[in-house]
Ligand binder design. Structure first.
Ligand SMILES: *[C@@H]1O[C@H](CO)[C@@H](O)[C@H](O)[C@H]1NC(C)=O
Ligand SMILES: *[C@@H]1O[C@H](CO)[C@@H](O)[C@H](O)[C@H]1NC(C)=O
Ligand SMILES: *[C@@H]1O[C@H](CO)[C@@H](O)[C@H](O)[C@H]1NC(C)=O
Ligand SMILES: *[C@@H]1O[C@H](CO)[C@@H](O)[C@H](O)[C@H]1NC(C)=O
Ligand SMILES: *[C@@H]1O[C@H](CO)[C@@H](O)[C@H](O)[C@H]1NC(C)=O
Ligand SMILES: *[C@@H]1O[C@H](CO)[C@@H](O)[C@H](O)[C@H]1NC(C)=O
Ligand SMILES: *[C@@H]1O[C@H](CO)[C@@H](O)[C@H](O)[C@H]1NC(C)=O
Ligand SMILES: *[C@@H]1O[C@H](CO)[C@@H](O)[C@H](O)[C@H]1NC(C)=O
Ligand SMILES: *[C@@H]1O[C@H](CO)[C@@H](O)[C@H](O)[C@H]1NC(C)=O
Ligand SMILES: *[C@@H]1O[C@H](CO)[C@@H](O)[C@H](O)[C@H]1NC(C)=O
Length: 810
């Protein structure tokens, strides 16, 4: 599994070996460089690999076969150390005299060729050093490979043994044993994703499996302080579209720690960053994927160096491995004492999951939905495999052992599953029993509490009761004690479950994550907002629960889930263009009601396609008022507040100035409109760079008059050019940079109604759209399409609007 990587580690060999000068400066006391089988010394990257017989290591038994590559055979590798090899037909050991104890590098060079009857591509052998198995029944696949190991040598010699597998032989082209600078490998590191928080490494061996320089640049050994090769991150980066490569090696400023041995300035001086120019939109993780081997732990070293920020900027971001957080808020400025260009590295130990890919990510820091710092950066990454409990860095995967392993694993898994099942069943029944007991107790209390309020005791948990305070037991019953099977969503606030009340009313149950204080505020806001406002296009509150430490809100259940789901995240039937327009109209009505129905404007603050829900008739309702805020008083023009909301939808003006107006909702709504038109996510890092951000992409196409190219392909033939243009104009207006340039939701609504008119009545009419019932004959389509956003003041349109508003204000 490691092989692909190791080969990549070596691509430099053919091109780089001819350089003679490098930034050396490191002169270790133990420094054995051996060109096996060679009659002459070879100089490689300013280092001399000694000929057989010239070195002080002892080979025993001394018998071996000296092989030299046939000069007639065409070899793609012109490195001199790969031209010769030693072949061992029995177990053979090199003994290196060690003058200083501590971490040493053992590097093994393999480049198979054919020598007489020895075809080295077929050689199969194991290599061990001290008590560690470095390679087990290993066969070199492909051209050439350098394997790199790190061993803590605690005696006065290091013994390296090559053992041929049965009926085979071993070989090696060159090898290195080199003492490392003390600071290079720590004695232990923080562990994540396991019980221990700290793990010692001092007794363990390591193998470098990935060594990557960020910034789309390889670093060759002669440009490294310790002759390491750093591969370019290009082929590991998952989504190139969100990345920017930067290089500024002169900005690197070393201090006492870390030294340039940790990584050279060519590594710290280049980086891959999230695109800073578009920080308001490029909210995504930068992720690199690496193959790892299940069953092993890995030491992952992150190299950071802030070579880009301005002195006043904070540089804070998040770091993940797989889905686990390595750092919630890595404050690089703080960690480097505010010295620009000072390197910083961080080690963590992580066990490989079942998944053969390890995903390393850095992502923007966010707090309460706000993304405040523009710089997210990674400069280098090293991934080292840690020897397992059997002191091995390799597990043999020969067929027979694989099968045996399979049987054992199968058995183990079977037994394990049986035990787990038994435990789960036990807990389940115990819990159910307990829940039942609790329920019957609280029920009595409830009935009593009910009496004062409502004589109709039978409809106890009825949907008709607004703002009703539910007992926890009733909610547990409705959701099968928050069964994961009933989970329908997970949001910032917590999890959302489907539930069924006693009277068969289906409900959506939003259960707050227990810890957050901030959650409490949002919880209150949401209940207040919901009980205050009732509208056909706003999701209604059924009740809530604040018993014990629970914060639970119960809403009407929306059978058809979110608009987002229907647009692109499932294989649900595709919504027709007409249906999509009707949904936009409905959502705009809901928002319009929020903005206008009371003296104070209510700003939703989190308008997005996943908060626009559809009931069983595809009637639309806006949901999630947790972030809602009362808007400005008459004499103010904005509410100043911490930035909250969802990325991709956030008003850039709000983001930069933290000023909230109802026009922020309009911006978000414009984003939703383009989502509806294009049927794709707001940020899709998997797309080519210029298409990653829906807003940028759609705005560009709109400006160039190429909107038809970005219409959801599933709508082919459904969207009339007139309506497309009009719809695009409205959406683009909503996305104006300045709030004052955006239309009001009322304007948007009016224009959307108009677009629906333009579409004509040939589609299925729907109750969500009162406009369908009005005659449109007085104004011709052509006349109307002349107008631009906000200025279609045709009499009949005003009539439409007035009627619609009246209807909705009820
Ligand atoms: C290789 O270099 C070593 C050390 O400089 C020297 O002792 C030895 O004689 C050289 N061997 C050959 C074959 O040149
Ligand atoms: C290399 O090729 C030449 C002729 O092409 C031949 O005479 C010579 O024996 C070959 N050498 C080896 C080592 O095979
Ligand atoms: C050596 O072995 C490899 C792999 O088994 C094979 O592809 C290759 O043809 C062999 N070469 C010779 C000269 O037999
Ligand atoms: C090497 O092992 C020795 C003895 O166990 C230990 O004291 C030392 O800290 C280890 N060195 C490193 C770099 O882990
Ligand atoms: C990154 O490197 C790859 C391969 O060397 C190259 O094809 C690509 O154009 C580079 N990208 C940038 C943005 O420099
Ligand atoms: C070393 O890096 C510098 C700049 O980073 C570059 O100009 C030089 O060509 C590199 N040298 C080698 C041998 O790669
Ligand atoms: C490097 O950092 C030191 C502080 O550690 C500072 O005094 C010095 O000016 C910096 N050098 C450069 C070139 O910025
Ligand atoms: C980054 O990845 C983490 C872990 O997978 C995830 O929780 C987070 O939402 C991602 N951030 C963004 C902006 O996509
Ligand atoms: C890593 O990302 C890939 C997608 O590129 C995904 O298939 C895989 O499950 C992820 N691995 C882990 C351990 O999360
Ligand atoms: C880093 O953060 C710690 C804790 O917040 C603080 O005490 C320290 O002064 C900060 N250091 C710098 C250089 O900002």
């Amino acid at each position: 599994m490691m092989r692909g990587g190791t080969i990549r580690l070596l691509i430099w060999v053919s091109s780089a070996f001819c350089f003679l000068f490098g930034s050396l400066g490191f002169d270790p006391v133990d420094n054995f460089l051996i060109d096996c089988g060679s009659p002459t010394n070879q100089t490689v990257s300013n280092r001399v690999f000694l000929a057989d017989g010239s070195y002080s290591a002892v080979l025993s038994p001394p018998q071996k076969i000296i092989a030299k590559i046939n000069s007639n055979s065409s070899s793609s590798i012109d490195s001199d150390v790969f031209q010769t090899a030693l072949i061992f037909t029995e177990a053979s050991s090199y003994t290196f005299p060690i003058s200083k104890q501590g971490r040493h590098w053992v590097r093994l060079y393999f480049s198979p060729f054919v020598h007489n009857s020895y075809n080295m591509s077929q050689a199969k052998f194991s290599v061990s050093a001290q008590t560690f198995t470095l390679l087990k029944d290993y066969q070199v696949e492909g051209g050439f490979i350098i394997k790199e190991y790190i061993l803590n040598v605690t005696s006065s010699s290091l013994v390296l043994t090559f053992t041929p597998s049965s009926n085979s032989f071993a070989f090696v082209n060159a090898l290195e044993v080199v003492l490392l600078p003390d600071e290079l490998i720590p004695e232990g590191a923080r562990a994540i994703g396991s019980k221990e928080t700290e793990q010692s490494l001092s007794q363990l061996a390591l193998e470098t499996v990935w060594r990557v320089n960020m910034g789309n640049k390889t670093v060759s050994p002669q440009n490294d302080t310790l002759w390491r090769f750093w591969d370019s991150d290009y082929s590991y980066l998952r989504y190139e579209g969100v990345a920017t490569y930067v290089s500024k090696p002169e900005a690197v400023n070393y201090s006492a720690s870390p030294t340039k041995y940790i990584a050279p300035s060519s590594v710290y001086g280049s980086a891959t960053m999230l695109d800073t120019k578009k920080e308001s939109r490029m909210i995504a993780n930068l992720t690199w994927n690496f193959d790892v081997e299940h069953g092993f732990k890995y030491l992952v070293r992150f190299h950071f160096c802030d070579i880009m920020s301005k002195p006043a900027d904070s540089v804070i971001f998040k770091v993940f491995i797989n889905d686990l957080s390595v750092s919630d808020s890595l404050d690089l400025k703080n960690l480097t004492s505010d010295v620009l260009g000072r390197p910083y590295f961080m080690d963590v130990i992580m066990r490989a999951s079942d998944n053969p890919t390890m995903n390393v990510s850095v992502g923007p820091y966010s707090k309460d939905g706000a993304y405040l710092y523009p710089i997210t950066i990674l400069n280098g990454l090293e991934i080292m495999k840690i020897s397992n409990s059997r002191s091995s860095l390799d597990v043999s995967l020969s067929n027979s052992s694989k099968m045996k392993l399979g049987v054992i694993v199968g058995l183990a898994v079977g037994v394990f599953l049986a035990i787990v099942l038994a435990i789960v069943l036990f807990l389940f029944y115990r819990r159910r029993g307990r829940a039942r007991a609790i329920h019957s107790k609280t029920e009595v209390v409830m009935v009593n509490a009910e009496e004062g309020k409502d004589n109709n005791g039978t409809a106890m948990f009825s949907a008709s009761k607004i703002g009703y305070r539910f007992p926890l037991a009733a909610i547990q019953e409705a959701t099968d004690n928050f069964s994961e099977n009933l989970l329908i969503g997970v949001g910032g606030f917590g999890k959302v479950y489907k539930g069924v009340l006693r009277d068969s009313t289906k409900v959506a149950v939003k259960r707050g994550a227990p810890q957050s204080k901030q959650g409490l505020a949002e919880f209150r806001t949401e209940i207040e907002m919901l009980s205050q406002f009732r509208h056909r296009h706003l999701v209604s509150l059924i009740g809530y629960c604040d018993e014990k430490d629970e914060l639970i809100i119960i809403y009407e259940y929306m059978e058809n889930g979110s608009l987002k789901n229907h647009l692109y995240s499932s294989d649900l039937r595709c919504l027709s263009w007409r249906k999509r327009l009707e949904i936009c109209v409905g959502a705009a009505k809901g928002l319009h009601y929020l903005h206008t129905s009371s003296e104070k404007t209510i700003i939703h603050r989190d308008v997005k396609s996943s908060n626009i829900l559809l009931d069983e008739n595809l009637m639309v309702k806006v949901a999630d008022f947790g972030l809602s805020k009362t808007g400005p008083e008459i004499d103010q023009t904005h509410v100043s507040t911490a930035v909250k909301g969802s990325f991709g939808y956030l008003d850039p003006e709000y983001l930069t100035r933290q000023q909230l107006t109802e026009k922020s909702d309009v911006y978000s709504f414009g984003v939703v409109m383009f989502e509806v038109l294009c049927g794709r996510p707001v940020i899709d890092p998997s797309l080519p760079r210029e298409e990653v951000s829906l807003v940028e992409w759609a705005m560009k196409r709109h400006q160039n008059g190429q909107l038809e190219e970005i219409v959801d392909p599933r709508l082919a033939g459904q969207v009339k050019p007139d309506t497309l243009r009009k719809f695009g104009d409205v959406a683009a207006k909503c996305l104006a940079g300045r709030g004052v340039d955006r239309p009001t939701v009322g304007d948007v609504l009016w224009n959307l109604e108009f677009v629906l008119q333009l579409e004509g009545n040939d589609g299925r009419s729907d109750h969500a759209s009162p406009v369908n019932n009005l005659e449109t004959s007085t104004v011709s389509t052509a006349e109307l399409s002349m107008g631009s956003v906000g200025d279609i003041a045709g009499v009949s349109m005003s009539k439409v609007f007035a009627q619609m508003v009246r209807e909705d204000m009820r």
